[in-house]
Ligand binder design. Structure first.
Ligand code: SF4
Length: 227
């Protein structure tokens, strides 16, 4: 979360500073310039105001993750009535490649109704374990029950990374799960690479495909746990 700090002692002309904000978010109160709720964090006042008068501060909340507690690479099995979307099998193949680097297992999260038989078939594609949630209320995709099952799976199994295909369901489900677990998500990855310490490098096209962006940046020493 970002915030602005106003250093009053560096303001020589309050009205000049207030005029800079195009959103009317700077105002004078009891002899001081304050930032009100209209602020859009555009930082124009930081750049155009008197030097050092407005400071932009980003509060970074760091959470220590014990990586030893998060093991395995999970794949979400996308299907309709047990007919598994081909992207699921592609992702199992990719997960196996990645798991080979860390010596970990590949899991598949499979949720739906009357899908037990199909879950055995998925094992033939190289998954080490299939976690099956076979329930009446999961017969059709609904965001709330599916997210709740996903959350239950993550909390119980604690995989280090999860791969979700960019299908209609995957595009709705993955961001919701990432938000629920307060973790990161990278959409539309074209290259995935697993490091020995289970950090996942995700490369995806950016700016209309003209740039390939990598997360984390190659030199970044710190890492959040990806989903
Ligand atoms: S950051 Fe932008 S919106 Fe916020 S007070 Fe400064 S100029 Fe106004």
């Amino acid at each position: 979360m970002a915030r602005l700090i106003i250093h009053q002692e560096r303001i020589s002309d309050q009205q000049e500073l207030i005029k800079i904000c195009p959103f009317g978010a700077l105002e004078e109160q009891e002899g001081k310039v304050i930032v009100n709720a209209a602020c859009k964090m555009c930082r124009l006042c930081v750049k155009k105001g008197p030097e050092g008068a407005v400071e932009y501060v980003e509060d970074v909340k760091k959470t220590e993750i014990n990586k030893d507690e998060w093991k395995g690479i999970a794949v979400y099995a996308d299907h309709v009535d047990g007919a598994v979307h081909p992207v699921t099998y592609e992702l199992i193949g990719k997960a196996k490649e990645m798991a080979a680097v860390t010596g970990q297992e590949v899991y598949v999260l499979f949720m739906g109704k009357d899908i037990r038989k199909k879950s055995e078939e998925i094992l033939h594609y190289g998954a080490d374990k299939v976690f099956l949630y076979d329930k009446e209320e999961l017969a059709r995709f609904k965001i709330e029950p599916y997210t709740a099952v996903f959350e239950d799976f993550i909390k119980k199994v604690r995989p280090s990374s999860i791969l979700v295909g960019a299908t209609t369901v995957g595009r709705q489900l993955a961001p919701r799960v990432a938000a629920r677990m307060k973790t990161g998500l990278t959409a539309d990855c074209t290259i995935l690479e697993m490091n020995k310490n289970t950090d996942l490098s995700q490369i995806r096209p950016a700016f209309g495909g003209n740039i390939m962006a990598q997360d984390p940046e190659p030199s970044s020493p710190d890492r959040y746990r990806p989903v």
